[in-house]
Design a protein around this ligand. Sequence first.
Ligand code: LLP
Length: 423
Amino acid sequence: MTTLLNEQLNYRDNQLQLESCNLSSVAQQVPTPFYGYSKARILQNTARCQAAFAAHNIDIHYAMKANSNLHILRLIGSQGLGVDTVSAGEIQRAIAAGIPAEQIIFSGVGKSAAEIRLALNTGIGQFNVESAEELALLGTLAQAHTQPVKVALRVNPDVAVNTHRHITTGTRGNKFGMPPEQALQLFRDYADHSCLNLCGLAMHIGSQICDAAPYGQAVSRLLALTKTLEAEDIHILCLDLGGGFGIDYGNGRSLSFSEVAAVIADTINTEVPEYDGKVVVEPGRSLIADAGLLVTRVNFVKEAEPRPFLILDAAMNDLMRPALYQAEHPLLPVRHTDDGGFRQLDVVGPVCESTDTFARDYPVPNDVQADDLMAFLCAGAYCSVMSNSYNSRDIAAEVLIDQDTFQVIRRPVSQDDLMAFED
Ligand code: LLP
C-alpha cells in the first residue's frame, strides 16, 4: 500500500497534521467524526489540473457533486473554473457561491420540469440532454425565454472501463445518454428549432477510471459523430468529455491529468484536426478527494474471534463508499508510534447493521485504544455529500484547514436541527 502522506499530510512530533494544523487540536474543538480539508491541496490539485488541460486548450468545469460545500465551491470557483451540476439544488448552490450562470452546465438523466425552469430562469450556460423525451420537454419550456438555449446531447459511447460496476456509466444498458444514431437523428430533427440551439456533444464514461485508453475510444466515437454532422452542415461547438479521472486510494493506481489530457488532445488532433470548437472536462473526485480526511475517534477495541473489532465513532452514514462500492479508504492513527507493531482488526462503525464495515483484516497499531483519534484518508470527495443521519446520528461537521488555522465550514447538524423539521 502506498502511504499517501504528502506535502500537506504528514506527521510532525508524532502527530498527524493536515498542512501545519494538528488534527488532535481540531478535535478538541470540533466533535468527531468531522471532515477536514486542506485548502493548499485543493488549490494545488486545481492548479495541476488547469495546467495540464490548458496546455491543450481544454476548459474545466468542476463536477460539484463530489463536494458541494459553499466554501469549497467558492475556493474552486475563485480559480476560474465553471461547474457541472446535476440538480436544481446544485445550481442554487453554484449561484450562491458566486459561479457565473454562463459557467454552469446542467447534466443529469432525470431533470424535472421545475428544475429545467429554474435552470432556464437562472440563464445557465449549457444543458446536457440525455434523452429525446427530455429534449422535447426542454423545447416546450424554453419557449417562455427569449435567449436560445445551448444544448449538448449526451452520447453513450459504449466503451468498457475498468472500475466498480456501480460507477460505470458509458456502456450499453446504462441509463445515461443515448446511442450516437439517436443523437444524429435528434440533431437533424431540431436543426431549425426556434429556441434550442443543439451545438454540443457530451459524454461521461464512469468514475475512478485509472486508464486513459477508454477516453481515447469514447472521444473517437464522439468525433465520428461530429464529422457526420459537419457533412450535413450541423456544427459542433462544444465537446464535453465528462470526468472520472481516478485517484490513488492507496493501491498506487491513478490517472494523471496530463496523461488523459494528452490522449484527448491527440485523438482530436488526429481524427478531426480542423475542429475549432470548445473542449470541456468535468473532474470532481480528482480535484478534492485527496485533500480531505474523515477524523474519527475509537469507541472500543472489542476483543473477539476470529478477529478483534476496532469500533469507531464514524459510521457508514459518514463514509458510505465502503458499503456501496467496497471502497477502501486508508486509515491512519493521528498519534504515531513506531514501537509496538501492528495487529489485524476488522474496522467497523456503530450503526446497527453489518454493512457498517470499513475494512476487514486491516493492520492497526498494537497500542491503539479507546479514545484515540484516527483518520480515513481520501475522504474529500463523495463522503460528506453522501452522508446522512441514519440511526438518528448527527451529520458531521466540515472544517477547512489553512496552514495552522482552521475554519468550521459546516457545523454539525444535530438531532435538534433535524427534529425541527418534524414539528
Ligand atoms: N460528469 C458527470 C456527468 C458525472 O456524472 C460525474 C460523476 C462527473 C462528471 C465527475 O466524475 P468524477 O471526476 O468525480 O469521477 N459516488 C461515487 C461516484 C459517482 C460519480 C457520479 N458521476 C463514488 O463515491 O465513487
